[in-house]
Design a protein around this ligand. Structure first.
Ligand code: ZN
Length: 260
């Protein structure tokens, strides 16, 4: 039986968007953690960003190790929150292309559904320009796979997705957001090490590769770490103001209570 709807909490949505917008050249991916209601509504409370072992333009894969690590993480969250949390889906980005799942996506999704029928797939299409307004836009969709009417293949089943507003960012989502620059940096380092180990390269090429590595790290810092830091600082400022307001409210109430 397919899922009837997906409720994605706004802080988890924010992490997905940040992740999708971090890389323009290749697809990125992660896993969704949450719970499934009896009415087949999938609630996504947080996401886990996955580190790519192989950067390719149009292919994303989850290794069994990553899936098992995510399950352990879900168990940890379940213990903290006292709710039945588990891995309920996956997400990936489509930079510069349509939001709709590819044939490969639909087939991959069908494979996940064989293990867990309620499993859902989210796609974030980014770096696409709106032709009329000339502004960048980000589109997202949620899907499952179903056996096609004709033939042995699978077809896409669109699942309505609702973003639920949340006032604060949850601890797990905050951890994921902060993890993003670290993961991106590790990916760059892995790629660089692979190239650098090619001993036959001449010194000039090696220097060139080193510069590309540094340049990539710097552009990531300005695109991801900088805005994240700014956002956290704003958040801190906001929290300080709320604390001061609450403090004043408390003092006022105490005065009123103690007044004769
Ligand atoms: Zn895809």
């Amino acid at each position: 039986m397919s899922a009837s709807a997906v409720h994605l909490e706004s802080d988890a949505f924010l992490v997905c968007m940040n992740h999708a917008l971090s890389t323009e050249k290749e697809e990125v991916m992660g896993l969704c953690i949450g719970e499934v209601e009896a009415g087949r509504v999938v609630h996504i409370h947080s996401v886990i960003i996955l580190r790519r072992s192989d950067k390719r333009k149009d292919r994303v894969e989850i290794s069994p190790e990553q899936l098992s690590a995510a399950s352990t993480e879900a168990e940890r969250l379940a213990a903290i929150s006292g709710r039945g949390m588990r891995v309920v889906g996956w997400y990936h980005s489509h930079p510069h292309i349509t939001v709709w799942p590819s044939h490969v996506d639909v087939r991959t999704q069908a494979m996940y559904q064989m293990l867990d029928r309620g499993f859902v797939g989210l796609i974030f299409s980014c770096f696409v320009e709106d032709k009329t307004t000339r502004t960048g836009r980000l589109l997202y969709t949620c899907f499952q796979s179903a056996q096609a009417q004709k033939g042995a293949d699978y077809e896409r089943l669109e699942i309505p997705v609702h973003v639920l507003p949340r006032e604060a960012i949850g601890k797990v989502c905050l951890e994921s957001a902060v993890d993003l620059p670290r993961i991106l940096c590790q990916e760059e380092q892995d790629t660089y090490r692979k190239i650098h180990s090619l001993a036959h390269l001449d010194p000039v090429t090696k220097i060139h590769n080193g510069s590309v590595f540094t340049k990539n790290l710097c552009s990531q810092m300005s695109a991801v770490s900088g805005p994240l830091l700014q956002w956290l600082e704003d958040r801190l400022e906001h929290n300080k103001r709320s604390i001061a307001e609450l403090q004043r409210e408390k003092e006022r109430l105490t005065r009123e209570l103690s007044a004769p």
